[in-house]
Design a protein around this ligand. Structure first.
Ligand code: ADP
Ligand code: MG
Length: 648
């Protein structure tokens, strides 16, 4: 291949522009990204080498070398990993293959500050070299290809790049950064060492740098440090998770998290354990502080990497974590699995099942621990003693609330996915309620506040908090001071199909079935309700006839106080709100008609009987009930016409 000039894919050009214009506040990350790529390349070689030992050629020891040249103003990062073929250099360094990155680029707004924030959440990999360099030269040869099939790739980080064939005896990749003037501080052994220490200490390969020694000046020239030709490792070169917990600092845990997650923020918490028994493995699991942009994509790659005896096997091993815990990041290193394990094999492995169960339990206990310390209760307990809080507990305050705000809705998916942990999950749920605008009420809190004679946990689902709070179905509960949980997440109704009770108390939607307040209603109220139902029978029959296309049934209710009517669905049916949501999403929803419930005490209802406008009033009653819960009349124009006719 003779020298040719190719254009970057449009998204890359956009990304490059952003990198060079808004990432200068944290330039040193370029080294982390390039070392991480070098390490990935070595992992890939090790993995392919499992089936093809010849790939190691005559250099079985994998390593990364970092060198700099003051006079030429360059830094070169060299690895002897898998390398790049010519086509791979064109594809992998000129286009963005990962759909996640593409989505990311499409979200960029052009507003530098906002974009820099976004990019901070993302990590820019190879292109971060352009933060400090105005030209990058990549020379590489893929393991297994002849020396004549090397490739040189050069770019100034703007619209295009050059590629050509070169001879390269050495397997792997050298990346040379031609530094910008303002990045000269990196032409210094100590500076580079300190950056490597900060970000790349956990890398399990040796990162080598050439030692320097002091040389006295000659002929009136000042002395200085000069290279010795001797290379030494500047990192510990042992995988972080294999080290003893007490030898790892919080900062090192945090940096490791950032390296594997591409998150720029510290994690909320982590857990590092060696699990022994039939299945032996090490787990290092992190809960991020912020939800990624693609959290809602259930096909999104899981965040747990699989290692077998310290050899990297695969990213996003979905078999290791249930889908509802897809936000967890970390690594699992197993001693039981074979090195050549495939994704298919993972699905079937008994060891993998044991690891998944163990890891799920571990994540749940991390969450339980955060939940326990979320609010510090400063009031003395029954024994008159206030809990002792140590610094560790203090550091956990507020973390569960912040976790829940980011990931609570995903956690709820677990009710429909992980039946073995239903009650543990139920304890972790939090909702707003008629007594709390913030999403902080646990089912246990609710139970503790239940009224004498109350035998269900009441809830309502709605599109948003305001709609939930103003829902007519709540009226009688408000009047009687009974707390109702207000649920506004899309998954709420679906997930509650899987949670029938909490700790023996059933959960009951206030918008489903006939209202039965049981012992909460006194005898007089019950009697009045029965009498009203009896007296209203002829009117109900007329209403039912008038609304036979819209309502399944019409009945008198005790659940309303101020409103004339409301809609409810039959017990076990899908709420009108969920049905509406499904339709909006283009999915099919059962065409069940709701039940219209009327308030016998309301003047409008009383006026119905004998009215010459009976038919119009009946339809208005129904359509208003629909409007009140956030729906739209089937024929809005007809509704307006009817109301106007009455107004006139
Ligand atoms: P990521 O590492 O997340 O895949 P990068 O932007 O860091 O994204 O790198 C892009 C791609 O370039 C890598 O996926 C890999 O295919 C290739 N690459 C980068 N550095 C190297 C290297 N040192 N050796 C081999 N391939 C590399
Ligand atoms: Mg990378």
């Amino acid at each position: 291949m003779s020298k040719q000039t190719l254009s970057f894919q449009a998204e890359v050009a956009q990304l490059l522009h952003l990198v060079t214009h808004s990432l200068y506040s944290n330039p040193e990350i370029f080294l982390r990204e390039l070392i991480s790529n070098a390490s990935d390349a070595c992992d890939k070689l090790r993995f392919e080498g499992l089936n093809n030992a010849a790939l190691f050629e005559d250099a079985p020891n994998l390593e990364v070398r970092v060198a700099f040249d003051k006079a030429a103003r360059t830094i070169t990062i060299t690895d002897n990993g898998i390398g790049l073929s010519q086509q791979e250099a064109i594809d992998n360094l000129g286009t963005i293959a990962k759909s996640g990155t593409k989505d990311f680029v499409s979200k960029l707004s052009g507003d530098q500050k906002a974009d820099a924030q976004l990019i901070g959440q993302f990590g820019v990999g190879f292109y971060s070299g352009f933060i400090v360099a105005d030209k990058i030269t990549v020379e590489s040869r893929r393991a297994g290809l002849p020396a004549a099939d090397g490739v040189r790739w050069i770019s100034g980080g703007t619209g295009d790049f050059e590629v050509e064939t070169i001879d390269r005896a050495q397997r792997g990749t050298s990346i040379t950064l031609h530094l910008r003037e303002d990045a000269e501080e990196y032409l210094n052994l100590w500076k580079l060492k300190s950056v490597i220490n900060k970000y790349s200490d956990h890398i399990s390969l040796p990162i080598l740098m050439e030692k320097e020694e002091w040389k006295e000046g000659e002929n009136d020239q000042p002395g200085g440090m000069v290279p010795t030709g001797e290379w030494e490792a500047v990192n510990k070169a042992s995988a972080l998770w294999t080290r003893n917990k007490k030898d790892i600092t919080t900062e090192q845990y945090n940096e490791f998290y950032k390296a594997i997650s591409h998150d720029f923020e510290d994690p909320l918490t982590w857990s590092h354990n060696r699990v022994e028994g039939n299945t032996e493995y090490t787990q290092l699991l992190y809960i991020p502080a912020k939800a990624p942009m693609d959290l809602w994509n259930r096909d999104k790659k899981a965040g747990v990497k699989l290692y077998v005896k310290r050899v990297f096997i695969m990213d996003d091993a979905e078999a290791l974590m249930p889908t509802y815990l897809r936000f967890v990041k970390g690594i699992i290193d197993s001693a039981n699995l074979p090195l050549n394990v495939s994704r298919e094999l993972l699905q079937e492995s008994r060891d993998v099942r044991a690891i998944r169960e163990g890891s799920t339990k571990r994540v749940l206990s991390m969450l339980e621990d955060l939940a326990k310390h979320d609010k510090h209760d400063a009031t003395p307990g029954a024994d008159g003693v206030t809990d002792v809080v140590d610094a560790d507990d203090k550091a956990k305050e507020g973390k569960y609330s912040s976790f829940y705000a980011e990931f609570g809705a995903v956690l709820k998916e677990g009710l429909g996915e992980d039946f073995g942990n239903t009650q543990r999950l139920a304890k972790l749920l939090r909702y707003a309620s008629t007594q709390s605008d913030t999403v902080s009420v646990s089912l246990a809190d609710y139970k503790a506040r239940m009224k004498e004679g109350q035998d269900a946990i009441y809830y309502i689902t709605a599109d948003n908090l305001a709609a939930a709070k103003n829902s007519p179905q709540l009226e009688v509960f408000k009047k009687k001071g009974i707390e109702v949980l207000l649920m506004t997440d899309r998954v709420d109704e679906w997930s509650l199909n899987y949670l029938h009770d909490f700790d023996g108390t059933p959960l009951q939607s206030v918008a489903k079935g006939a209202v039965d307040l049981g012992k909460l209603q006194d005898e007089a109220e019950k009697k009045a309700a029965e009498e009203a139902a009896e007296a209203f029978k002829p009117l109900l029959a007329k209403l039912k006839e008038a609304l036979k296309d819209k309502a399944e049934d019409v009945r008198v209710t005790t659940r309303l106080v101020d409103s004339p009517a409301c809609l409810v669905v039959q017990d076990g049916g899908m709420s009108t709100q969920l049905a509406r949501m499904l339709k909006q999403a283009g999915q099919s929803a059962p065409e069940a008609k709701p039940v219209l419930e009327v308030n016998a005490e309301h003047p409008l209802v009383k006026k119905l009987d004998g009215s010459v406008h009976f038919n119009d009033l009946a339809h208005i009653l129904f359509d208003q009930a629909l409007l009140a819960e956030g729906g739209l009349p089937e024929d809005p124009a007809a509704y307006v016409k009817r109301v106007n006719a009455l107004l006139a």
